[in-house]
Design a protein around this ligand. Sequence first.
Ligand SMILES: Cc1cc2nc3c(=O)[nH]c(=O)nc-3n(C[C@H](O)[C@H](O)[C@H](O)COP(=O)(O)OP(=O)(O)OC[C@H]3O[C@@H](n4cnc5c(N)ncnc54)[C@H](O)[C@@H]3O)c2cc1C
Length: 459
Amino acid sequence: MTPPSSLGPLPSRARVVVVGAGYAGLSAALRLHDLGIEVLVLEAADRVGGRVHSEDRGDLVIDHGGQWVGPTQKHLLALAARFDCATFPTWETGEHVEVWRDGSTVGYVGAAPTSGPGIEDYERITDELDELARRVDLEHPWLTPDFEALDAMTAEDWFRSRTSDEDALARLALTIQGVWCTEPREISMLHVLFYVHAAGGYEQLMETGGCAQDSRFVDGAAAPARAVAGLLGDRVRLGTAVTSLEQRDGHVVVHTADGEVTAERVIVTVPPTATGRITFTPPLPAAHQGWRAQAAMGRVAKVHAAYDIPFWRADGHSGVATLYHDRAVGVVFDNSPHDARRGVLVAFVYGDRLDAWAQLDDAARRAAVLDDLARTVGPQALSPTDYTEKIWPADPYAEGGYEAYLRPGGWSAYGRDGWRTPAGSVHFAGSETASVWNGYIDGAISSGERAAEEVAAVL
Ligand SMILES: Cc1cc2nc3c(=O)[nH]c(=O)nc-3n(C[C@H](O)[C@H](O)[C@H](O)COP(=O)(O)OP(=O)(O)OC[C@H]3O[C@@H](n4cnc5c(N)ncnc54)[C@H](O)[C@@H]3O)c2cc1C
């Protein structure tokens, strides 16, 4: 992994060029490398990992992007095992907190609250959602019963057709914010169902132990990505943004500011919206363009506040909180390191709340988040020893996170041909193209491996 300035000129040829060194791109390259096929990875940023960004901050590793791994995420676990990257269980012992719309605070113990405003309708509706999700065809979503009708409606339409209880609707809205980083009025109901099924069910998405938030990486979630890049060596080139892909005479000419590379096949792994910054010649087929135009990146910021110790544990608090009011933070977790040598809280700011919070100046943003943390674990939260934010819509290469979701009508108009079908010699990977754990690191890895197999089959 050498920056372009110290690498010398770009090679003029490579059998396969992979665009992007996130988990999809690195996994595609690793699979090709394992098959003995020459590959070159071109990455725009000055680091690998993409939407997984582990930063060393003194004696802490802070994961600004993807961080959790669950026991059914076999692709990520296999990669971590191959490179000896250790994980540890997410901290969650103690009493969790809900902050209600009126500002009142209620504690509960266990995986999820069993009482509280709106809980009955919320449980009834999410059970129905889970049942409906099982009918989605994960490989061919367009073959799902009632596909077009479900894709024509938003999650908000569907929720409101089932309850008028504003507290239940607030719980459902926080689900949409917490999982897709958007608002219920913006996302296709079919997409919600597809994604729930791709994760193995609603509980898998929402819970911690045994589910998506089960564990974290001791050295940060980018550790496996860095290990893959280390193995690939100078086949991963940082600081090299691809600007255009030109298919000509059965080859693809890959253009960058540092020169051009001619490849037999190219695998594009950038987020769907970021493909808009790459010029395709000939233009991408209309279905590809349409699918990407109907994809929108979620809006999320991840904010970390560090303390000398996890002080909240002495008071019986887990550090886990859900906040339904209209201030900044939506969800909080205890993100302390595996040995708890320091205390770290991570706060997520989503959707509409992010839009408002991101407009504030630095001091006001910090004050708003710390104030919310103090509501959940007490006034000591107001004085962290370290504070850091990552506002993902401002990231120049990701343009948002955690992932792209489909707006209503996007799947039915463009899914069949535009989702992940190769366009000539250009193949597509990325967590948004996965059928299992879509939107997650695990899905990124399986998508990269799938695209590598497509390429290997034709070379
Ligand atoms: C805040 C946040 C929290 C998340 N939490 C979790 C979690 O806990 N667990 C989980 O499993 N997932 C989580 N995710 C989702 C997960 O991180 C992503 O689904 C996954 O990392 C996407 O990988 P990818 O390779 O498909 O895309 P990316 O990681 O986006 O990789 C694409 C790469 O392409 C590069 N690129 C873009 N344009 C160009 C160009 N023109 N030329 C060259 N390179 C280019 C980018 O810099 C990037 O490195 C989270 C994401 C975010 C943002």
